[in-house]
Design a protein around this ligand. Sequence first.
Ligand code: ADP
Length: 602
Amino acid sequence: MRAAVRHCLLPLCFGLLAGPAQAGADGGVRDIAIGVFAYQGEQAATLDWAPVTHFLNARLPGYRFHLEHFDADSLRSAIRDRRVDLVITNPGYYVAMEYEFGLSRIATLDSPQALSPERATGSALIVRSDRGDLHGFEDLRGQRLAAIAPDAFGGYLLVVREMLAQGIDAESRLKEVRFLGVPMMQIVEAVQRGEVDAGVVRSCFLEQAAARGEIDLGAFRVLADRRGGAGPEAGFRCGLSTPLYPDWPIAVTRSADRGLSKQVAQALLAMPGGESGMAWTVPADYQPVRDLYRELRTGPYAYLRDITPAGLLRRYWPALLVLGLVLTAWGVHTVRVEHLVQRRTAELRASLRARDEAEARVRSHQEQMEHLSRLSILGELSGSLAHEINQPLTTIGNYARSLLRRQADGRLTEAAVVEACGEIDSEAERAGGIMRRIRDFARKRTAVREPVDMPALIDGTRKLIEGMLLQAPPIVCESNLPPGCEVLADAPQIQQVLLNLMKNAIDAGRDLPPGRQGVEVRLDLADKRLVVQVADRGCGLSPEQQAHLFEPFFTTKPDGLGLGLPICKTIIEAHGGRLWAQSNVPSGMCFSFSLPCHAVSN
Ligand code: ADP
């Protein structure tokens, strides 16, 4: 009683769960299309699979199941267009379509001809029995082969894998492969007529055709037959050249609802084998089929073929082209930049070399100018130099003559000799000092930077001038420098500046009353810079004259060169300092120059 209730309620429940796709909700019957891969043609397929539809129609009255026959391509279109709900196909196409369309197997055929549902489908490589030259796969080299299609499972791929396992590449080693399509009988006929040397058919196809009286089994032979061996195929009922793979599955498409899948699965698992031999079992493991596809790099694994350089090129050529162009552009850019860098570096080196040479030339010219300027100052001062030198010489001569006279008169005392020699020595020393300072000043030399004692340098310059001039006006020096102020400079060059400024100051007051003839030199520290001021109360200069003061060849003296001040400016600026002039109050000029102080201790 309870079972009867369940029997009655179950379809109703499935109907409610499944919604509009499910039959029975409105009392109508829903048509269910079962797409079948008809490799033997429509008629044979109808004969083969009619038991399934009969059984399902009887078992599931809410549905009306019917068969639709397809070859591989049209079956794909039917699934894509949702024209079929269930699919019965060979294991190979099932795996391919599972990958392509999401087919999902719900049962596997449990055929009495099979060793098991996992070992059911294979291929037979058939030849005419009179071909005594053909025995194994290796004999196929250079022969013509007929098969269903390049992607046919039992009708081609199983044999290709086996040939590959034996080191024979079907594509390159066979003379020709003819793909004849379905029905499969065309292949048997092509072999029989001698149009091809061998053909690939599904295992048991030959035996079934012979049983139907369509061929003479004795006219054919199966190459490398495995059924007699000791392998896993031993005991198989039909001629077989390859390993066995799982049997055909029945699968639902994505468009089929769950209720239908469940009911059909339940029904098929309960289908009695009986005379028709059409029994179903739980879905088999189709991994061996996937392995085959992967090994042959076809079907769902066809993309693996593209992982060759040629395949990758074929697949990604636009991206590779862009990449290639980018890399080429980058390479060209890099080479160009490298070339430019080398050229610019060479140009830079050349210009640096030229600049160094020019600087060296300028330095050498400057040194020559400075030397000439020093000689010029000396030349200007030399008029009185003779007098200066003459003075100690006259004194020395006087003392010498006085000693001789005393000697002749017999008045030569020891004290007189000592006094005269002392005077002679001191006058000789005085004359020597003048000569030494002039020689030092006039010497040709290369500039250096050394710590300079500025008060001492100013004092030495004062002495040099006083030593050379006949009647030097008073030169007053005042230093307000803190101790420890250190200037790095070329002492003779700075002395040349001082000498020039002091001499110009003396010249400015030359024809004026004695009260306006003095020179004042001041040393100060301001903003970490040492400042030297040389002031006079001489004739001074008008603002127009001052505007041209540092231009070369500006001079107001009849015998002047006008080079002293420009050279002084160059020297001071080369030391990082500045030289400027301004009118002195109430009269005269004040020339100032600054120099960087490199160290101040307090
Ligand atoms: P030079 O002494 O050969 O003329 P300088 O370059 O040393 O060359 O001086 C240029 C000119 O600047 C001088 O001719 C003079 O007219 C003017 N000058 C320089 N120093 C003074 C000064 N202290 N007072 C007035 N004029 C000066």
